[in-house]
Design a protein. Structure first.
Length: 269
């Protein structure tokens, strides 16, 4: 079995699929490494994929040292906190502070039974994600992506039951492209390009959405969204009780509206 080398870091990347899915083997291309993961219920479609317009200005700003400051231990930011919708700045400083942030993101990811995590989910609005599709420390490969961008994605769509660490105990079907070609930098600033398919592609897309300020329920059909609407409203009520402030967004105001198309924005690495 070939090992992934160019983009694998000793401490890396993210997605908030909870680790209670069944076993499924997928391939990371072009260099192949097997990831085991779960319950890949697939429905395929050949309808064209539309590109999502890039968020204005979010890719043109670089993070300052203040933007990269964080407090240990990191904590997961839950919906509907406005941090999850804020702009995420590009990183151009690859120092020990960034490496420490990566390490701590992996720590919180494993401790919360995740297989991927984005920086905004821990309150840091920069374009950084980490993931390990196996979801177990010491197993699989830990991947770090800094300033990732999408070159292209497949027209074949796959339906998958996703969860998110920012939405505890909520799981629902989301349709996404089956494969993507991306480029990014690692935590040392080195550029690389890779093709992802199967579960790694799914994890990447979920986390990339977070970097765009897009949440997984934004991509759900109205029928699927109706199934989890009460749980989303529960999180909104919890936010209001904890902060004493109105929820910054209300799922009820989105009824009948699907926020995003099924593609990606293209950015700079």
């Amino acid at each position: 079995m070939a090992r992934v080398v160019a983009f694998v870091h000793s401490t890396s990347l993210s997605l908030t699929f909870a680790r209670n899915v069944h076993r499924h083997v997928v391939l990371l291309q072009p260099t192949c490494h097997r990831f085991s993961r779960s319950n890949f219920t697939s429905k395929l479609s050949v309808s064209p994929v539309l590109a999502q317009a890039k968020r204005s200005g979010s890719l043109d700003e670089f993070a300052t040292p203040a933007d990269l400051q964080f407090e240990s231990p990191l904590k997961i930011v839950k919906y509907p906190h406005p941090i999850l919708r804020a702009k995420n700045k590009r990183i151009d400083t690859f120092d020990d502070n960034l490496k420490k942030l990566v390490v701590e993101m992996f720590d919180v990811m494993y401790n919360t039974d995740g297989i991927g995590l984005s920086a905004p989910q821990v309150g840091v609005n920069v374009r950084l994600m980490v993931f390990n599709s196996v979801g177990e420390r010491g197993e699989g490969e830990e991947i770090v992506l800094v300033n990732p961008r999408v070159h292209r994605y497949s027209k074949k769509m796959v339906l998958f039951n996703e969860g998110c660490l920012s939405f505890p105990t909520i799981y629902a079907d989301v349709e996404r492209p089956d494969s993507v070609k991306i480029d990014a930098r690692d935590s040392n600033g080195a550029r690389f390009t890779v093709n992802l398919s199967g579960l790694p592609a799914r994890v990447f897309q979920h986390e990339f959405d977070h970097l765009e300020g897009v949440l997984f329920f934004d991509r759900m059909t109205e029928e699927v969204l109706d199934e989890i609407r009460p749980q989303l409203q529960g999180l909104e009520n919890e936010y209001e009780e904890m902060t004493g402030s109105p929820s910054p967004e209300k799922i009820e105001t989105r009824k009948g509206k699907r926020k995003v198309a099924a593609g990606f924005g293209f950015g700079k690495s």
